[in-house]
Design a protein around this ligand. Structure first.
Ligand code: NAD
Length: 329
């Protein structure tokens, strides 16, 4: 951002984000910011999320500062359940980036596509650092909007041959099968138990409030990325599975309060000190997986710094390519 600060406000819309920010850009940005968080160079501010009492909307913002990358800002937005009927997606968000030297607004960046691509990058970073190298079968629990982004990003991390998938709403699986086929991967819809028995890597990306996978269904050596649980009360896997795995996360504070680990923490099955920030693995301050039999679990709660990191890439690429709209402030 720093080279663009004095040239007015940069506006980067959704289409331009989609055109400019690819999976590898998002991977690099998210991996770098997780690393900065673990070094203490970047931190998230407390999250605000409120039911506004209008249009059934949930609105809030996530913000933070990455001193290493010089990225300061917030993602504002939320969930408007009536949007679909208006031809809009229910989740709406916009990222605001500020010049960290002056506090001046530097860029407005569409946050919808970037949320999906940064969430997929997060599980992808976890697979890159924690999954066994010889993984062949990817298990997908969930078949909604995010699942396609998750699948595409994960497929780049290992030489997967096949995708097995389960979703509570079966009719949604056909589209996920099409995405798998596009990627040259075999696809099979399976039961939850079969998914556990066959998968080397599992991604969960649903809106569940109860466990969809039980501990005894999982093979030794599996890596699980739990990506759907981002709110108090949500749950995708058995708390006993969390307790039996080595648990990594984007941010410990979110993992224990709104992430998948909240339930194992609440029951006392694990303690906060057992949860490892993935940035420590990236920075080589933690070994990560230590055996082929170990079950590793990544609790990807979604932090504001991820949004700021990818929005900053979008703003830089838009500025460099002269494609962004500029407005004098
Ligand atoms: P979506 O509405 O497109 O899909 C929802 C998915 O959850 C579908 O697979 C659906 O069948 C399933 N589902 C719905 N209700 C369920 C229930 N009661 N029990 C079990 N499964 C249920 O949503 P999406 O955009 O694909 O998002 C999926 C989840 O990921 C949401 O919970 C969302 O909040 C979360 N999310 C997390 C992050 C993060 O950073 N961790 C980022 C974005 C979205």
């Amino acid at each position: 951002m720093t080279d663009t600060q004095n040239e007015g406000l940069l506006i980067v819309g959704e289409d331009l984000c989609e055109k400019l920010v690819g999976r590898s850009d998002a991977f690099e940005a998210v991996e770098a910011v997780f690393s900065a968080m673990a070094r203490g160079d970047a931190y998230n501010f407390p999250v605000i999320r409120e039911a506004i009492g209008y249009a059934d909307a949930l609105y809030g913002f996530k913000s933070g500062f990455d001193r290493a990358g010089k990225v300061l800002g917030l993602k504002s937005g939320g969930f408007w359940p009536g949007n679909m009927a208006k031809g809009l997606t229910n989740h709406q968000s916009t990222v605001f980036l500020f010049d960290p030297d002056t506090g001046k607004l530097a860029a407005l960046v569409g946050g919808n596509y970037l949320t999906a691509v940064r969430t997929a990058a997060s599980s992808s970073v976890s697979i890159s650092h924690l999954a066994r190298k010889d993984c062949k079968v990817l298990g997908m629990v969930g078949a909604g909007h995010q699942s396609h982004f998750q699948l595409r990003a994960a497929a780049e991390q290992r030489d997967f041959e096949k995708v097995v998938a389960w979703n509570p709403h079966e009719d949604m699986l056909a589209r996920l099968g099409e995405t798998a086929k596009e990627l040259g991967l075999d696809f099979e819809a399976v039961t939850q138990q079969e998914l556990g028995a066959k998968s080397d890597v599992i991604i969960t990306i649903t809106s569940a409030f109860e466990p969809l996978l039980m501990k005894d269904w999982i093979k030794p050596g599996t890596h699980i990325a739990c990506m759907g649980t981002d709110t108090k009360g949500k749950m995708e896997v058995d708390a006993a599975l969390v307790a039996s795995a080595t648990v990594f996360t984007d941010e410990v504070a979110q993992s224990i309060s709104i992430g998948e680990a909240q339930h194992a923490i609440a029951s006392g099955a694990i303690t906060e000190s057992q949860i490892i920030p993935i940035g420590k693995v990236i920075n080589k301050d933690h070994a990560g997986r230590t055996s082929d039999a170990e079950v590793t679990l990544f609790d990807g709660t979604g932090v504001g710094l991820q949004d700021l990191a990818v929005a900053s890439v979008a703003a830089r690429l838009a500025s460099e390519s002269g494609q962004a709209t500029r407005v004098a402030l």
